[in-house]
Design a protein around this ligand. Sequence first.
Ligand code: TRP
Length: 461
Amino acid sequence: MGEGELSIDPWSSTQSTDYSRIIEQFGLSDFNNLTLPNPSHLHRRGIIFAHRDLDVVLEAQKIGDNFGVLTGLMPSGRMHLGHSMVIEQVKWFQDLGGDVTIAVADLESQATRGISLQKGREIALREYVANYAALGLAPSSTNVYFQSTRSAVQRLGFQLGKRTNLSEFESIYGFKGDTNLAHFQAPMVQVGDILHPQTEDYGGLRPIVVPVGVDQDPHLRLTRGIAAKSNWFNLKANNGPGVLIGLSVQDENAELLGQQPNGRIDKSKVAEIFTKVVSSLTELGFSDINSNPKQGTIVVPGATKKDLTSIRIKLLELERRLGGMGLLSPASTYHHFAVGLTGQKMSSSKPKTTIFLNDDIATITKKIKKAYSGGQSTIEEHRRLGGNPDIDVAYQYMMYFFEQDDNYLAEINSDYRNGKVLAGEMKQLCIDKATDWMSNHIELRDQTEHLVDDFLAPDSK
Ligand code: TRP
């Protein structure tokens, strides 16, 4: 890691909130060029602030193609408001037509937190899935599974281990010689989680989006790199117009390409495969295709950046027919972390920093009353100088969780800034909204309790 560079450690208890630097350093995309159908409050308020390849998923959605959503949870403690943000996003994608897969990271939790598989299962069902039901996920298109019982995930993680190495783990995660191997195994299982929904047994090739907190981006970088390295065909937009396709020779296709012990490949076999590429591209409507098996390249002069995804998917389909894995890099979205009630990081191991989804109203009221405030120290000063909603937890929680109405928020935001609304009043507004939200949530949880089992995939009942 270079000097002055940021690192993201998914296991750390601290987390950088320098989001624009994160975007820049890790090559995330912002939302400036995307139009979202029916944006949720998390989108409208910039809480979901960055993505990778979300355009691929939105395009599939727009033209009615299949797409999937996958996320995962670590069953280690109680579910709190911060966790609910991911589920809100999953629900948003589900409402747009995506199928949903949720990994219970019981292997990761066992290896990195010392939680037994039995205990992990109990926590997942009681704390998490029960709340997913209440948050409105539809059981008919949701599959919750356990890492420990889905061998396809474990196999994929193991198999793809050959596409990465120690140096890459060092550079992505900052691992050293004394890092225990569970921290290598857990990300590889997560790679399996993220990629397996596109295998034939779990829904087949389609774009998969992974909504997560930005602390999980290292795993996405790892997964995307691994998927790209496994691809038999590379493609990129040419410098001028056109798209350039190359062939990647690797162990998996060496026999198909008639590779000799000296490394040379059989040009006639390449020509055969290129004929298949050309016919795949013709199906997309391209007629002008320059295939050059001797050089190992194909150029589609009439294609542009906009065609990259459809070409990529055609090539992955072909790769699969030829015996390859045909893995599409996952898309992802990232949200800001809500500040903890105390002004520090929200954490399930510090109950005062957060509101749990099974806290009762009295507890919630008490917690919000004590929350970190953006008000001035005396009423007189507050009236004169105004408060700061950007750091006021009560305001922030209405914005993140409890208040749907943007106009109302804008109003109390400016009333707070100009001193019209006092810090105590802001807390009371938040308590009222939180009470409504939680009462409704408790009622929904009672109503949907019987559905918990329906969320479980057949291999996880
Ligand atoms: N590592 C994640 C966490 O700490 C849990 C997880 C496991 C996950 N598999 C995943 C998240 C796949 C997203 C996608 O919370």
